[in-house]
Design a protein around this ligand. Structure first.
Ligand code: ATP
Length: 247
């Protein structure tokens, strides 16, 4: 589909088109399309732009990733379809490992996702070699199988566009969890240590830039109040709804 640049919702339609292409190419499953729809709705409500609140979370995330001993970026079909180039760049900038971890896993899908990442410059991809598999206890579905060189041993895990069960389990397993989630009320948002309430398409680029620009003074442990930050995102939604209701 050709989207005219002048279309008022061009950015959002372009993102949707990327995901649909990911579906056609076999990276994304039907359920991923539905999750994207939820994301679009929340993006609309936050005004389709990166808020100050999101910038604050991005700075905290950048610090956590750069200071981590073993950071890992967990990749599912949606994020692979939307940001393959950014995943690889973030991995280079932070030293994070890239691990494919899918809810609806199949060898074919893993292969397509791996190819997409490799096409964008990824050298090492974890989560695809059975001999390194380990199980995370108390998590059902194929996602409980992780790579012992990756998520299993990681101290910080970036899990963009995730569902609550997995985030909760990773937290119980002692990981510091960073997520991108446009819904500030989701279980993932509420459970993660750092939630970036922004469209991953906008936020990943800013995260990469922020990691590059961190100064020595930035690289010290600083408290980040995720709940407080999430409340501010919910207030943005409330304000936008009020504005529309009064228009
Ligand atoms: P939870 O289980 O955490 O309560 P959920 O059941 O909605 O939430 P998923 O179905 O895995 O979990 O949905 C993934 C989340 O990703 C949704 O909250 C959705 O708003 C969000 N999301 C979808 N697309 C994007 C995007 N492009 N950028 C950021 N977040 C997104």
């Amino acid at each position: 589909m050709l989207i005219p640049k002048t279309h008022p919702r061009a950015a959002s339609l372009y993102i949707r088109e990327k995901l649909v292409q990911g579906f056609r190419d076999g990276l994304v499953v039907e359920e991923g399309l539905l999750a994207h729809g939820r994301g679009e709705m929340f993006d609309y409500l936050i005004g389709e732009k990166t808020s100050k609140t999101a910038y604050k979370a991005i700075k905290a995330a950048a610090r956590a990733l750069v200071m981590a001993k073993l950071p890992v970026i967990s990749v599912n079909g949606n994020i692979a379809a939307l940001c393959p180039k950014e995943i690889v760049e973030l991995s280079k900038v932070t030293g994070a490992k890239i691990e494919v971890n899918l809810f609806y896993a199949s060898e074919k899908r893993k292969k397509v996702i791996t190819q997409a990442l490799k096409k964008n410059g990824a050298k090492e991809i974890l989560g695809i070699t059975p001999k390194f598999s380990k199980r995370i206890p108390k998590l059902d579905s194929a996602r409980r199988i992780v790579d012992k060189r990756g998520i299993f041993s990681a101290d910080v895990v970036l899990v963009p566009l995730e569902d609550g069960d997995r985030t909760i389990t990773l937290k119980k397993f002692g990981k510091k969890v960073i997520t991108f989630d446009l819904n500030p009320m989701s279980r993932t948002s509420q459970t993660a240590d750092i939630t970036i309430v922004d469209n991953v398409i906008r936020g990943m680029k800013i995260l990469i830039d922020t990691c590059k620009k961190l100064s020595k003074e930035d690289l010290v442990e600083k408290k980040f109040d995720n709940k407080k930050n999430l409340k501010k995102s919910i207030l943005i939604i409330r304000k936008n709804l009020r504005k529309m209701a009064n228009a």
